[in-house]
Structure formats: structure tokens, C-alpha cells
Design a protein around this ligand. Structure first.
Ligand code: GCW
Length: 643
């Protein structure tokens, strides 16, 4: 009797351990080695030590040598080759971080079941800056964060002693490994709606502790700065960029930072946007503001990353046109260490937007694309929506070769699984992989992520890859198909509120301003008869989008006000097509949940249950989207809702 009880207890304990899969390991799930594998290198840097340690712990194959070779690759690239005579592997790189990236590549091949007996790879990243933007506040709340509090536990970092708590160190080691494994080389650690306190000496010392840790993983630290910091932090009476006192304050502040962090990356700035201070407060241009900071940073090799997400300064102008209006004349007026960072679309991270035409108009200023990993408008951490296809769509219009960097608004938090939804981890992963190599296919990235994160079993991989690949289009369909945009509830941007008109907010935040539904039809006329937003696009997109007959249907209501009975390409009317898209989106969400329900045999209990619960919520939400939107639009179309 007693024995049976003990056995049961033991079994339960074993089960618990086996099933303790909270997702905290992300995609870093290589099996440990039992016998130490032979890894050699002459590179004595900390970065090479990490590369060696990762391989010694997790590589299961033949000996590997890590060789630094100036002629081998670009700054961060690597080469991996197998010696056919004995199967030994060589990773060559110009710099130590290339060796680390090579080591992670080797582990990725192993862990996603790729052949490793005849490797011949040479890789260099497509863009120089591959940066996470954390919208984390100092009080640890996270703007548009859906995975708990900020991962930066400031209380657990001691800037004077240069130490952090062991628990934080462990967590942030995973953060560094995860980023390095996908080639992310920068982290802006605080919100672009920046607190001036970030530049307080107390915090600079704490930031140094992070920078000292990140450095060995090839990650530079950047800070978002509040343009009015000289007043709030420095006690000056102005933050006018042409004021000598202000300029000196910034120079001194920058010098202070570089004394602590010699390889500090630079500043990210949101200025004169959504209430943030900026040079416009003193009738100075963005260029005058950016250049002042650029001058302070230049002697140290630092960057100013200036955001173009600016609207509201041109009363009455279509919001999607305002970035071009604001920045086109400034092109060529920025110092050489200024980068303009632009969201992929001209509005705001909607489920689908046409690309931002600022990428067509800026010719002389280096540009970074800002993508959003955190799914603010794509179901947040509640919906399974794989974003790689959306980013690939953007790269099909904006050639990554014209970019100097790619930024991603991070989806990390202190939830055990980092990102809220187990499948949201895939978006962090995909962001890094695509920033490194935008030619990778979404399928390949999904495939390798699934294999590293869950299992190699094709009975799991194939259906779940298919779900991931279909998920973004499904989200567009159940939220805002055919070019509809910004019909979200105010503030939280989660559920639908197509009827939304909020007198207390600027008109550019109101859904009714965007869909413009009336008895004749629906959609925003941005043609040459409307706001003329189409004219900001390079040829031939300007004319393609301008003509209702050539405008791709997925952008139709973005560019055109379309009659309810307009004939679509498949012969149905616009109204019928709208209904069909919403229905399809809901059917897809249901299909995803059903597919997942069959995955129980292949997944640990914890992740299975957690994902199941979210899938059910996604279905409910999709139905709510469809019903709310169609019922509301029906009050204008006066036609039957088709099932
Ligand atoms: O997407 C919107 C968000 C704001 C955000 C802003 C921006 C950081 O709703 O929360 O603020 O854009 O990108 O600056």
C-alpha cells in the first residue's frame, strides 16, 4: 500500500519535472552533451569563450575549431566548413562576434535537423544595425507590452557595485543568448516616450551593468532620450537645440555616458510626436534637433536614430501623408551619424498597410525600418499571428539593401515564457532571422523555430507550420480586410470599435475617420481626387494605387471610397466580399484551434494547455470582430449579412 503511494508520488514528481515547460528557454533547447566535445580556439575574448562554451555544452558532432581570420568575412559574418577528410568543422570569422554567430548557426543546423556532415556556408548580415526597441518604462510598466512587467528589474541592479541579482543575471543571460543566436546586435532598453530620468547618473550606472553583460554577446546598448532632458534633468530653462547651454549639457551628458560605456550605441528619439517635446517647440527643424545630438555623439562614434513617426503638426492633412510632408525637405540636411527610423507602414502597425512612401522619398539620409514585434494591433499576446509573412510583404516593396538597419519593437516581458503567447516567441525569432537575412522564407523560419522549440515530429511540424503561415492573413480577414484600417477600440487597440468617434481625442485616432462608411460605400479616398496620398509613392505604385481597377484588393479601402455594389475580381460585390473575408477569418481561427487540439500527443502538457486556452480566446475574439464590424457596416450598406 505504502509502496504504491510512494511510487505514485514519485511518478507525479517525474511527470511534473518532465512537463515543467513554461517556455522560459525560448528556442534555446539544445540537448546537453554527456561527453565534452572538442572545441578549440586561440581567440581569448569573452565572446569567443561564450562561443566555445555553447558548443562544448550543446554540440554533438565532430571537433570544431574557431578561427579568427581578418580576410574571412565582413565585420560580423562567418564561414562554416566541414573538412571532408575527417568531418572536422571550422568556423572562421573576421571578429569574435562572427565566431559566436557561427557557433549559433551550427547549433541551429543541428537542432533543426539539418545535415552537418558537409557544411559550406558563408554569411554576412544584410544590414548593419539589427536592434530591439523596448518600450519599457522605468517603473517597469511596458507600453504596448503584453507579457508582464519589464525584464529590466532596476532594483536588482547595483550601479555602484556593478552587480545584479543572480536571478536577473540568469534571466538576462537567456536574453543575450537568444538575441545573439539570431544576430540581434543592439538593444534600446527604454520607451521612446522617454523619461528624462533615464539620463540620471543613477540610471547611467545601472545601464553600464547591462552594457557590460551584453557586450560579450555582441549587443550594444542604446537609450531613448526625452528631448527636454536638459530642462527636466539639467535644470536649464530651455531645450532649444541652438542654445549654447543646451548643446553643452548634451555634450557633457554624452561624455558621461561614454566614460561608463565606451561602446554605447547612441540615442533613439521620438520628437514632436504624440505630445513628446522636440525641436519644433522652439521653431527648429527635426534636422536642427537631430544634428545637435549627433554632434555630441559623433566624437564617440555614436548614432542618433530619429523617428519619422510624426503627425498632428499639419492640421487637416491626411495622417498617412504627414511623415513625407515633415521630412522630405530635410533630406540631406542631417549629419552623417543620423539615421531616420520609419515604421513599415505610413499609419501605425496595422494588420495590413501599404508600405510607407517615405522610403521612396528619402534619398540622402540613411534609413532604418521599424517593425513591431509586439502585435499591438494584431491580437497582442492573445492571438497566434506569425508576423514573418507581413514583414516579407514589406520587403517586397522596400528593398532591404536601401536600409542601414532594422528595428523591432520588442514583445518581451517578465512572464515565464517571455512573450505572453508561446507562439509569439516565433515573432522575436523571425525578426532577428529576417533582419540578418531578409531573403529567408517565412516557411523556413517557422520550420526551424518549431523544430527547435517543440519537436521534429512531422505530424506536429507540418500542420503547425501551415497554421503559422496562414495566421496573419486570417487576422487581417477577421479584423480589417480589404484595406480597412484603425477600427480598433481607443487606447488598448485590441477589440473592434468601428463606430468609434471620440470627441476628446484628435480626429486621427477615430475609426470613423478611417473607414468613412456611408450610404454610398466605404473606404478612404486617397486618390488624386481625394487626399492625393497616392502621389507620395514611386512610379508605378502611384498610378497602380490611384486606379480602382488596378489597386490590389488588399489595399482597396485604404486608397478608395468604394461603392457597396462595386464588382470585385471574383464577381461578387464589395459588400459580399467584405462578408466573405470576415467569415473566412473566423473559419480560419476555428481551424487553427482545431488543428492545435490534435497536437496534444506531441507537446508537453503545460504549453499544450496554455496555447489551447489562447486559441479558444482567439476564436471568440474573431467572432466578435466579424459580428461587430458587419453589423455596424450593415447600417450603411443596408444589405444582408451573408454567412
Ligand atoms: O503604435 C503607437 C502606439 C503608442 C506608441 C506610438 C509610437 C510609443 O499606440 O503607444 O508610443 O505608436 O510608435 O511612438
Amino acid at each position: 500500500m505504502k509502496k504504491t503511494f510512494l511510487t505514485a508520488l514519485l511518478m507525479a514528481a517525474i511527470t511534473c519535472v518532465a512537463y515543467a515547460e513554461d517556455g522560459s528557454r525560448l528556442w534555446l533547447r539544445s540537448q546537453r552533451n554527456s561527453d565534452l566535445c572538442e572545441i578549440t580556439t586561440k581567440d581569448k575574448s569573452n565572446t569567443a569563450k561564450i562561443a566555445t562554451r555553447e558548443l562544448a555544452t550543446y554540440w554533438h558532432g565532430k571537433p570544431v575549431s574557431l578561427i579568427k581570420d581578418k580576410t574571412a568575412t565582413g565585420e560580423e559574418g562567418f564561414e562554416i566548413t566541414t573538412d571532408k577528410s575527417n568531418g572536422h568543422i571550422t568556423i572562421k570569422a573576421k571578429n569574435s562576434c562572427g565566431l559566436l554567430y557561427g557557433a549559433y548557426e551550427l547549433l541551429r543546423l543541428q537542432d533543426s535537423g539539418m545535415p552537418v556532415d558537409n557544411i559550406n556556408i558563408k554569411e554576412n548580415p544584410a544590414v548593419k544595425y539589427r536592434i530591439l526597441n523596448h518600450w519599457d518604462n522605468l517603473d517597469r510598466s511596458v507600453e504596448r507590452g503584453y507579457a508582464g512587467l519589464s525584464i529590466w528589474k532596476w532594483d536588482e541592479i547595483n550601479g555602484d557595485k556593478g552587480t545584479m541579482s543572480l536571478a536577473l543575471k540568469e534571466r538576462l543571460t537567456t536574453y543575450c543568448r537568444a538575441n545573439a543566436s539570431i544576430g540581434i546586435n543592439g538593444s534600446v532598453i527604454n520607451n521612446v516616450n522617454a523619461s528624462p530620468k533615464m539620463l540620471n547618473t543613477l540610471y547611467i550606472k545601472k545601464v553600464k551593468v547591462l552594457a557590460d553583460m551584453f557586450r560579450d554577446y555582441g549587443i550594444k546598448v542604446y537609450l531613448s532620450v526625452n528631448f527636454a532632458s536638459p530642462m527636466a534633468e539639467g535644470g536649464l530653462k530651455t531645450a532649444d537645440p541652438l542654445n549654447e547651454g543646451v548643446r553643452t549639457w548634451w555634450k557633457n551628458k554624452v561624455n558621461e555616458i561614454y566614460k561608463e560605456i565606451p561602446d554605447f550605441g547612441g540615442f533613439l528619439v521620438k520628437a514632436n510626436s504624440e505630445g513628446q517635446p522636440g525641436p519644433g517647440d522652439y521653431h527648429r527643424t527635426h534636422a536642427e534637433g537631430a544634428n545637435m545630438l549627433a554632434e555630441a555623439l559623433a566624437p564617440h562614434g555614436g548614432l542618433v536614430i530619429w523617428r519619422s513617426f510624426v503627425y498632428g503638426n499639419h492640421e487637416g492633412e491626411d495622417r498617412v501623408m504627414q511623415a513625407v510632408t515633415e521630412f522630405e525637405d530635410l533630406d540631406g540636411k542631417f549629419n552623417s551619424n543620423v539615421i531616420l527610423q520609419t515604421k513599415n507602414g505610413p499609419l501605425d502597425f496595422q494588420p495590413r498597410e501599404p508600405y510607407a512612401p517615405l522610403f521612396d522619398q528619402i534619398k540622402h539620409t540613411p534609413m532604418m525600418a521599424e517593425l513591431q514585434i509586439t502585435q499591438e494591433y494584431l491580437g497582442q499576446s492573445r492571438h497566434l499571428v506569425y508576423l514573418a509573412p507581413m514583414w516579407k510583404e514589406f520587403f517586397s516593396f522596400v528593398n532591404p539593401k536601401q536600409l542601414i538597419g532594422i528595428a523591432g519593437v520588442a514583445n518581451t516581458g517578465d512572464d515565464a515564457n517571455w512573450c505572453g503567447h508561446h507562439f509569439s516567441q516565433a515573432n522575436w525569432y523571425a525578426f532577428g532571422r529576417l533582419a540578418w537575412d531578409p531573403t529567408l522564407s517565412s516557411e523556413q523560419i517557422a520550420d526551424e523555430w518549431l523544430k527547435q522549440t517543440f519537436t521534429h515530429d512531422t505530424a506536429f511540424i507540418n500542420p503547425m507550420k501551415e497554421v503559422m503561415m496562414s495566421s496573419r492573413e486570417a487576422c487581417v480577414d477577421y479584423m480589417m480586410p480589404l484595406g480597412l484600417h484603425h477600427i480598433f477600440k481607443a487606447d488598448h487597440h485590441y477589440g473592434p470599435e468601428p463606430q468609434g468617434f471620440y470627441p476628446k481625442y484628435p480626429i486621427e485616432w477615430c475609426p470613423v475617420y478611417y473607414h468613412k462608411a456611408d450610404s454610398t460605400g466605404i473606404g478612404f479616398d486617397r486618390t488624386m481626387n481625394g487626399t492625393k496620398a497616392v502621389s507620395q509613392y514611386r512610379h508605378p505604385f502611384d498610378s497602380i494605387y490611384n486606379d480602382i481597377n488596378t489597386c490590389p484588393e488588399e489595399y482597396l479601402l485604404w486608397f478608395h471610397h468604394v461603392s457597396w455594389n462595386h464588382k470585385m475580381k471574383d464577381g461578387t460585390t464589395l459588400w459580399q466580399s467584405l462578408c466573405a473575408h470576415y467569415n473566412r477569418g473566423v473559419a480560419e481561427a476555428k481551424r487553427f484551434a482545431e488543428t492545435w487540439s490534435k497536437m496534444e500527443p506531441y507537446v508537453d502538457r503545460q504549453r499544450f494547455m496554455e496555447v489551447s486556452q489562447r486559441m479558444a480566446e482567439q476564436v471568440e475574439n474573431a467572432e466578435e470582430w466579424r459580428d461587430t464590424c458587419l453589423k455596424y457596416f450593415q447600417t450603411f450598406s443596408r444589405q444582408e449579412i451573408t454567412k
